[in-house]
Design a protein around this ligand. Structure first.
Ligand SMILES: C[S@@+](CC[C@H](N)C(=O)[O-])C[C@H]1O[C@@H](n2cnc3c(N)ncnc32)[C@H](O)[C@@H]1O
Length: 256
């Protein structure tokens, strides 16, 4: 296992339950949009990559015959299994890295991946694996944080993210995603952007930051240039950060 995969497992393995209870993962316009795209495709076999607490796998289990939930972090898979079992939903749970998926060629009609790709060490390799495990004509339904066009704002938020969670790599702009997809033989078909609010206390405590690290991160945000904060709609009241907003990119891309 490489250093980055170890970092991901250390980060998520200790806090798996928090991703099951996280409201921003459990629901949202982003999840509704992915499910709407999925329902229109009537897939028989769905793979949910980087399933985390299992919310996307759970939502897709209602619209397909077979869901496979895959994640590199075993405690996350156990947490996802608990969520789906508690809702009487069926799925298979398979440990695996998106860069080397343990599935055969063309095994799935739809592959989903939500709120996860910004943790991948090598997005190009991950997208190639998605293309390989999709049948020809199958669809990749992706949702992830949209990278900001302004370089200073993008660098600011990447620093905030990495101080909170060292397994964060970075968010990509729509043009970057489309280039990765096309290079792997996936054609972008539909896209959307939806907002996701990040309540500061919930967001920082979910990552199990120490009180000291949280205070330092808040000071970093408060000291940042105002346009950087404005780019993510950071809300500040009484000298405290209250929330910010991520733009989430959703893409459907079909295998050529
Ligand atoms: C925020 S959670 C995903 C949330 C989930 N998809 C949902 O809709 O609620 C991010 C997940 O990505 C997983 N992950 C990160 N890098 C990975 C990789 N290379 N291969 C597989 N899973 C990975 C982590 O283990 C973690 O469970």
């Amino acid at each position: 296992m490489n250093d980055h995969a170890r970092r991901v497992q250390e980060q998520f393995g200790a806090i798996a339950a928090a991703y099951v209870s996280s409201p921003g993962h459990a629901r949202g316009d982003d999840l509704d949009q992915l499910v709407a795209w999925g329902r229109a495709l009537s897939p028989a076999r769905v793979l949910d990559l980087a399933t985390g607490g299992g919310h996307t796998a759970l939502a897709f289990s209602a619209i397909t015959r077979r869901v496979v939930a895959c994640d590199v972090t075993e405690p996350m898979l156990r947490a996802a299994r608990g969520l789906l079992q508690g809702r009487a939903a069926a799925a298979d749970f398979v440990a695996g890295d998106v860069e080397a998926l343990p599935f055969g060629d063309g095994a799935f009609d739809v592959v989903t991946c939500r709120i996860a790709a910004h943790h991948f060490a090598n997005v190009a390799a991950a997208v190639r694996e998605v293309q390989r495990v999709l049948r020809p004509g199958g669809s990749f339904l992706l949702q992830d944080i949209l990278g900001h066009d302004d370089a200073e704002a993008a660098a600011f938020v990447t620093e905030v993210e990495r101080r909170r969670d060292p397994s964060h790599v970075r968010a990509y702009r729509a043009a970057e995603w489309k280039a990765y997809l096309r290079a792997a033989g996936l054609t972008p078909i539909e896209s959307a952007v939806v907002m996701k609010g990040r309540p500061w206390d919930e967001w920082t405590t979910r990552a199990r930051m120490t009180a000291e690290a949280r205070a330092q991160l808040e000071a970093f945000v408060l000291a940042a240039p105002e346009p950087c904060r404005a780019a993510f709609d950071f809300r500040v009241a009484g000298g405290r950060v209250e929330s910010f907003t991520d733009r989430m990119l959703l893409l459907r891309a079909d295998r050529d």
